[in-house]
Every structure is written in structure tokens, then in C-alpha cells.
Design a protein around this ligand. Sequence first.
Ligand code: TYD
Length: 228
Amino acid sequence: MFISFEGIEGAGKSTALNYLADFLQSRGLDCLSTREPGGCTLGRNLRSILLDARTRNLSGRAELFLFLADRAQHVSEIIRPALEAGQVVLCDRYTDSTLAYQGYGRGLDTDYLRRLNQAATGGLQPELTLLFDLPVRCGLMRAGERNRAEGLMLVEGRFDSESLDFHERVRQGYRTLAEEEPDRFAIVDAAQPPEDVVLQCRSALEAHMRGHEPDETAIPEENEDADT
Ligand code: TYD
């Protein structure tokens, strides 16, 4: 099973991803947690170019192809082998980030981006995408606090310093993508407290598993207390 986590900055994806990985592991499922950009060695190098606030004059297209290069390598080196080995893959950002940020945010044509995503991934799509939705100001405030606390303002702050309008377009873009593919997306109200957010994720995951492969793959109920 392949699950992606999407949303604007500061939406709490990473916290929820770690929680879900622990939850699934406590149920005996082998999980791989990864992210884009930066889930493989090449990607970590690209990440430092893409997110560094000191990266200047990167054209929209150059930015796009760096994200795609990261994705192509990440899929072939990390994601596909893990899925083939039977692991559940939890990925913090994937193809929808490109549609939301480079498409709706930067204004590149989304059909063109879909074709490039298809080429980069060989068509590998998540079966479930959790979209963490919250007001832009709230997300940016959280992301700013986190980056300050972790000393990441400079090295990871390039997108955080985009305009409010940019982030608003990204948020609305994500919501449009979710409307277009309601079977794949589950929207999580990320403005709620973290304990509520993780419960929403868990419910979405359980509903997805019930809906797609009943009985055999339902998450086992034992060890109920192991996930707290
Ligand atoms: P990251 O630190 O992973 O996100 P977050 O702040 O939500 O934890 O930063 C990744 C940034 O890269 C984020 O601003 C979104 C952007 N991005 C794109 O613009 N296009 C893409 O295809 C991907 C994967 C990310």
C-alpha cells in the first residue's frame, strides 16, 4: 500500500505520518516512511538547492525538473523496491505537490505537469492521499515557528517566504485536486489539535482499507494500547 501526505506548509503532515507509521507497525505491518524532496541521496542534494532561501533566480521550469528528478530517482531507488518487498510506503509529499505548487502556485499547465509526473514515476500513484487542509495564515505561522525553533529559516525557508497569494493558490489547488479524485483523497482538517488530526488520519486509513480490500487486509484490532 502506498499512501501520500499532502498540504501547505505547517499543516502537520510529518507528525501525522510518524504517528500512522507507528500505528501500522504496532498492527504488524512493515512500513517505510519517506519524503520528497529528499527521500534518497540524490534528493537530499536537490532538497538543499530547492529549499534553501539563498537559492536565487531559479526559473519555474528548472525548479520543476529538479523536483521531477528527485521523484524519478526516489521512485526507482526507494518506493518501488519497498512496495515490491510488501512494505507500506508513507510518503510526505509526492506528485500532487507538483500539481499544487508548480501548477496552481506558479501557474504551469497542470495537464503538462501530469504528463511529466507520469514520466517521472512510470505511472505509480498512491492509492490513498491524505490532504491536510488548514487556513494559509495558520499553516505559515506554524511553519515559521518550526523553522525558527529548528534553525531552518535559511536552509529550508524558500517556499515559506512566498506570498500569501501563492500559498492561497496552492491550498485551493489542492482542494480542486481532491474534488477531482474523491476516491483517492481524504481531507483532514489540520486546524484541529494534533490528537484529533491523527484520529482523522486513522479513520481515513481504516475506511480506505475497508472500502478497498475488506476482510483479508483489515487492520488487526489487537494491541489496541500499543499506539498511544
Ligand atoms: P517540506 O519541508 O517537505 O514541506 P513542509 O514545510 O510542508 O514540511 O518542503 C518541501 C517544499 O517543497 C514545500 O514548500 C513544497 C515544495 N514542493 C514543491 O513545490 N513541489 C514538489 O513537487 C514537492 C515535492 C515539494
